[in-house]
Design a protein around this ligand. Structure first.
Ligand code: BGC
Length: 382
């Protein structure tokens, strides 16, 4: 080809790539609707993020809750694959953290106490004698400021919240930002950041209950799970880590080869008895702060698969053990035991009291920043 022709060819190719991108960007969108008022009179809204392929996530600024997430199965059929409700009242009545942002400290802090720089802080105790998921009014129960954000590769919503010094007993004004992005590659990306004006502890996570066969469509025991973790953190009867990092080898916690969640869940193994199933933190392989693939789940009837990528050192596998049929969710579906599983990326539970665990201290002037991605795909697509 002559140089001029090569130039023309290159120009045409670039124009086409640009047009394709613009098209994808043009299709992704965010819409907003009212979702009701909280008891203290604040307005809650619900945002629908749609990507260029039609996948869709609904997020309310009440608790930053993902109320629905619709992704394709192997035939391209969209289904809602997270547990939840279609109205605010149901969330206000109480629920086990369906789809919510969890903070200031996700998971448990023993006896609701920790000491930082010689000062003991007393937190709300809301789970037996322990503190769970940020206390009585954690980040899952507050109204966040929300604004759609322009991104090139999908649709995004930015949530911010100023968590005041002393709320639920934590020190320091914590300025928190969570950005949810539904990318055009069917990824739900969660970008968490925070700064404080006083040294404190922070551990943010997300609490969706997934069922890749569709929410309410049976239990999750046949989902195949791979977790890239050679160790886990065994707990006491109150689900507080003992401090041991135990090898998964030869135990029902070995998911280094994909295995169904249900295959060993009823084995006579002390940790499964204590958790009433899986309710444990895995010590993820790889380096903290590096975004890496840590888990993969697949469901054979729908062909759906989900990968989890994170910068975090740990991940709680919770197999929905305490769901008991008392909650009725979307489409009148009754949520029975193990109808959903959570993969909560995090620092290990009770880190503020476990000096050997990776630290959860955020110092004044530093920036907390973690990323987690739930990436959806299908197997055996037609
Ligand atoms: C905890 C469980 C708890 C569930 C819902 C999970 O993150 O580990 O013990 O029951 O959240 O509250």
């Amino acid at each position: 080809m002559k140089p001029v022709k090569v130039l023309y060819f290159a120009l045409i190719c670039s124009a086409m790539i640009l047009l394709l991108n613009l098209n994808a960007y043009g299709q992704a969108k965010v819409t907003k609707e009212g979702f009701g008022k909280t008891p203290d009179g604040q307005d809650a809204d619900i945002y629908t993020l749609t990507n260029s392929g039609g996948a869709e996530v609904k997020i309310t600024n009440y608790g930053g809750i993902v109320t629905s997430l619709r992704v394709p199965d192997r035939n391209g059929k969209l289904d809602d694959i997270v547990l939840g409700f279609d109205n605010l009242d149901a969330y206000l009545k109480g629920h086990p953290y369906f789809g919510a942002i969890i903070g200031r400290y996700g998971n448990r802090i023993a006896k609701g106490r920790f000491t930082l720089h010689g000062v003991e802080y007393k937190l709300a105790v809301n789970n037996g004698e322990n503190h769970l998921h940020g206390g009585t009014k954690g980040f899952d129960k507050v109204v966040w400021n929300a604004k759609p954000r322009k991104v090139a590769n999908g649709a995004a919503l930015e949530l911010t919240y100023l968590n005041k010094d002393g709320e639920e007993g934590y020190p320091g004004n914590l300025s928190v930002k969570v950005v949810y992005t539904l990318t055009n590659a069917n990824e739900l990306k969660i970008d968490y950041s925070a700064t404080t004006d006083k040294d404190t502890v922070v551990n943010l996570t997300h609490h969706s209950y997934f069922n890749l066969a569709g929410q309410g469509n049976g239990d999750i025991l046949n989902h195949r799970l791979f977790v890239n973790a050679a160790r886990f953190t065994p707990t006491d009867a109150g689900s507080i880590p003992t401090g041991e990092l135990r090898s998964v080898r030869g135990t029902p916690f070995d998911f280094t080869r994909a295995t169904t969640i249900g295959a060993r869940i009823n084995q006579d193994y002390e940790q499964l008895r204590l958790g009433k199933g899986y309710d444990h933190n895995f010590v993820l392989n790889g380096k903290i702060g590096t975004l890496r693939r840590v888990a993969r789940v697949s469901e054979s009837t729908s062909g759906r698969a989900m990968e989890v990528w994170t910068t975090e050192p740990g991940m709680q596998l919770y197999s929905g053990n305490f769901l008991d049929g008392t909650l009725t969710g979307k489409d009148g579906k009754v949520y029975q035991q193990r109808y959903g599983f959570c993969l909560e990326t995090q620092h290990y539970p009770d880190s503020p009291n476990k000096p050997k665990f990776p630290t959860t201290v955020l110092r004044k002037g530093d920036r907390y920043h973690t990323i987690t991605i739930y990436k959806f795909s299908v197997r055996g697509a037609k």
